[in-house]
Design a binder for this molecule. Structure first.
Ligand SMILES: *[C@@H]1O[C@H](CO)[C@@H](O)[C@H](O)[C@H]1NC(C)=O
Ligand SMILES: *[C@@H]1O[C@H](CO)[C@@H](O)[C@H](O)[C@H]1NC(C)=O
Ligand SMILES: *[C@@H]1O[C@H](CO)[C@@H](O)[C@H](O)[C@H]1NC(C)=O
Ligand SMILES: CC(=O)N[C@H]1CO[C@H](CO)[C@@H](O)[C@@H]1O
Length: 336
């Protein structure tokens, strides 16, 4: 009876989640506990993306459609851009990460701990793999099935999204940290047990940001390698040298994009650009956060205001603190 009620609950909840494909709805019904983690993963990814792009013209806003659960909707030319590549990679990494974390916590019935690292790594002498290592297997599989279920078109854009989804998952799998605990007489550490743990998600964000800067341009392969009549020629992405596609496939862990990005200076919603009017900028910085680059040469507005704070605080025996009130003139700059 209880499981009947739970199933009914999942049925109702999964029917209500907007924008799921048939396959995703099916996965939702069969693993409602994993769906909670998928939602956590999407939130984690969104906030990490905002953090990483806080000082960029494109700041990760408004491309992720909140009504479409676990899926990023990117419109216009931006859909083939390296920003889209980052968005897909970080989302898939976030979902895989949250699933792996939920498995380790015992929050998902169909997964738990692994006895050691997934990729066999010999433990240095005196060590032993023990305890609860993250079971990335389930998380990778579920994230792949769930997010890749979107990419049905088989065109160059869906191949790009699939590639970047995979690069995001790889970033989790390849960046697990090793944690250890010492055993032995009074902490002598004659014996160590170690397990694989998830690093802070910030580290994954930083790694993927490096990959964003080094993202590779790709094109749909024009060469149809001929196979037997029964199997269709397989479409795939190849690297480009300048504008020319070459016969090399991109590395699985690299991010790939199809189109060069717009400069994101002007508001053009059809192209997927919000523009930078009203964005805060730094008057003295020469970087992308500086007013020159952020405002695309349009200039900036200066807002002056007075900030009052408590200052010159002194401890008075015993026991109070006396402070003065200081006011300080501050300036803020926003793009015209
Ligand atoms: C596990 O579930 C508990 C209770 O629902 C929740 O508070 C916690 O955040 C979950 N942990 C993870 C890592 O998903
Ligand atoms: C991102 O940019 C948009 C449009 O320029 C702006 O409205 C929004 O406040 C910015 N978000 C953050 C978190 O800075
Ligand atoms: C502005 O940029 C300068 C130079 O890069 C930096 O030292 C300063 O901390 C920045 N100011 C703010 C408010 O971020
Ligand atoms: C330290 C480490 O293992 N770094 C790896 C993190 O993941 C990327 C793939 O996204 C690898 O290229 C790094 O070697």
């Amino acid at each position: 009876v209880v499981s009947g009620v739970l199933t009914l609950g999942a049925e109702v909840i999964c029917a209500r989640v907007p924008g799921l494909t048939a396959k995703q709805r099916e996965m939702c019904r069969s693993s409602p506990d994993a769906m909670v983690a998928v939602g956590d993963g999407v939130r984690l990814a969104t906030s990490e993306c905002r953090h990483q792009f806080k000082f960029h013209r494109w700041n990760c806003t408004a491309i992720s459609n909140p009504t479409s659960f676990g899926h990023v909707v990117i419109v216009g030319v931006v859909a083939g851009s390296r920003e889209a590549a980052f968005t897909y990679a970080i989302s898939s990494a976030g979902v895989a990460y949250a699933l792996a974390a939920a498995c380790a916590k015992g929050n998902i019935s169909s997964c738990g701990c692994a006895p050691g690292p997934k990729v066999k790594e010999p433990a240095p002498s005196g060590w032993k793999w023990a305890g609860c290592s993250v079971d990335v297997g389930f998380a990778m599989r579920f994230a792949r099935k769930f997010l890749d279920a979107r990419e049905l078109e088989g065109d160059e854009r869906s191949l790009m999204n699939l590639h970047n989804n995979k690069a995001g998952r790889k970033a989790i799998k390849l960046n697990l940290s090793t944690e250890c605990k010492c055993h032995g007489v009074s902490g002598s550490c004659t014996m160590k047990t170690c397990w694989k743990a998830l690093p802070p998600f910030r580290e994954i964000g930083d790694k993927l940001m490096k990959k964003y800067y080094r993202a590779r341009p790709v094109a749909l392969s024009q060469i149809t390698t001929h196979v037997t009549r029964a199997t269709k020629p397989k479409k795939h992405l190849v690297l480009k040298k300048g504008k020319i596609p070459i016969k090399r496939t991109p590395k699985k862990s690299d991010l790939v994009f199809l189109q060069t990005s717009p400069n994101y200076c002007e508001r053009d919603l059809a192209a997927g650009s919000l523009g930078t009017i009203g964005r805060a900028c730094n008057r003295t910085s020469r970087g992308i956060d500086g007013c020159d680059l952020m405002c695309c040469g349009r200039g900036y507005n200066t807002h002056q205001y007075t900030k009052t704070t408590q200052c010159r605080c002194q401890f008075v025996w015993c026991c109070s603190v006396n402070c003065d009130t200081c006011s300080e003139r501050t300036e803020e700059y926003t793009c015209k």
